[in-house]
Write a new protein. Structure first.
Lengths: 113, 113
């Protein structure tokens, strides 16, 4: 498909484990975003990648969260030593550039037991 | 401190009538606004946007109105159709952080047959 692809769609893990979430953006989109949505809340910005520029990590809630984008395409969001409050839907989006509408994947539903 | 507020958690409208979804914001630096629609277990889908230099933007059945003095925007859907039943989010951004969207908590729209 031509849309943003995220994997896994669901992830259940025990508190204290590390998790990796993957995002394949739309081909040719230079901007990539990660968001988190907790139950009943709006989307919370986590991190932004634009081309080869340094990412904006200002939304990452703690140093347990990190993300990378390899080759300007695929991105991985890593959460170390997961806590129950990390349970949420993690959404990835991409856009052709600044001030362009963001196209979202279907998200990864993360549940920490 | 919610910069973007959607005060109605849900809205029920008869099929064929007009649906009006409202959004208020507090940050006068916001100059770009978007509406997204979200079905369960899917990522948000872009609907329509408006720049602060305009007060109205129309796309088919969807019209967004912006009242800068009141810091208020609204999305009108006319006529409403059953497929419009979804959660609607408004989002805003401001220069220089053009990419960092601030999201409302969403309004669940239910279209009654």
């Amino acid at each position: 498909g031509a849309g943003v692809s995220q994997s896994p769609s669901n992830k259940v893990t025990e508190k204290g484990k590390d998790v990796e979430l993957r995002c394949d953006p739309i081909s040719g989109h230079t901007a990539l975003y990660w968001y988190r949505q907790s139950l009943g809340q709006g989307l919370e910005f986590l991190i932004y990648f634009q081309g080869n520029s340094a990412p904006d990590k200002s939304g990452l809630p703690s140093d347990r969260f990190s993300a990378e984008r390899t080759g300007g395409s695929v991105s991985t969001l890593t959460i170390q030593r997961t806590q129950q409050e990390d349970s949420a839907v993690y959404l990835c989006a991409s856009s052709p550039g600044l001030r362009q509408p963001q196209h979202f994947g279907d998200g990864t539903r993360l549940s920490i037991l | 401190d919610q910069q973007v507020k959607q005060n109605s958690p849900s809205l029920s409208v008869q099929e064929g009538r007009i649906s009006i979804l409202n959004c208020d914001y507090t940050n006068s630096m916001f100059d770009y606004f978007l509406w997204y629609k979200k079905y369960p277990a899917e990522g948000p889908t872009f609907l329509i946007s408006i720049s602060s230099i305009k007060d109205k933007n129309e796309d088919g059945r969807f019209t967004v109105f912006l009242n800068k003095s009141a810091k208020h925007l609204s999305l009108h859907i006319v006529p409403s159709q059953p497929g419009d039943s979804a959660v609607y989010f408004c989002a805003a951004s401001s220069r220089p952080s053009n990419y960092q969207l601030i999201w409302g908590a969403g309004t669940k729209l239910i279209i009654k047959p």
